[in-house]
Write a protein of this length. Structure first.
Length: 174
């Protein structure tokens, strides 16, 4: 009685993967978020009470997620508004990004750089009439008293003039 011999040829990548080699290689070559540029905005991480114009504006919980690659903001305004943002450093462009989504479904997108103890972001949206609105959002790291100042400015004339729409001071809640 003759026996049939079956021969299966496996690609080297499959064999290597079955032996655990690709996982080890992926871990060794996979970028992570431990570099100093990824830590530039960590001064915003915390559980904050936010004041503006002499009164409490709301609370803001900023957490690190996804192995320190994302700062996740959870805003609760004292007048009832809510929102969240996702903040991350894009190593391919060298820019920080923020995507803000409020409780009404409004979305703002910002991008910018960290320098001299502050993160300065810019973005553009549309007013209800369709005209462009420019935004500047700046976070200041106040190392002397461990607070964070956030200033949000808008321009409706292409950047010729700017109006401060929010000037908030963050103090840690504990």
């Amino acid at each position: 009685m003759a026996h049939k011999i079956r021969c299966v040829v496996l690609a080297p990548a499959i064999v290597f993967g079955m032996l655990g080699g690709t996982d080890a290689m992926a871990q060794a070559s996979r970028p992570d978020c431990t570099g100093p540029e990824h830590r530039q905005f960590d001064f915003w991480v915390g559980d904050w009470e936010v004041t503006a114009q002499g009164g409490v504006a709301g609370t803001n919980l900023i957490t690190l997620r996804d192995d320190g690659c994302v700062l996740h903001e959870h805003w609760k305004g004292s007048a009832g508004g809510t929102g969240e943002s996702w903040n991350f450093y894009d190593r391919s462009t060298g820019l920080w990004h923020q995507i803000w989504i409020d409780g009404t479904g409004g979305v703002l997108r910002f991008a910018g750089r960290y320098a001299d103890g502050r993160l300065a972001l810019t973005g553009e949206s549309q007013a209800p009439d369709g005209s462009p609105v420019l935004h500047k959002l700046t976070f200041f790291n106040n190392t002397t008293d461990a607070t964070v100042k956030q200033v949000w400015e808008q321009s409706r004339d292409g950047g010729s003039t700017w109006k401060v729409v929010f000037d908030g001071l963050y103090r840690k809640r504990n």
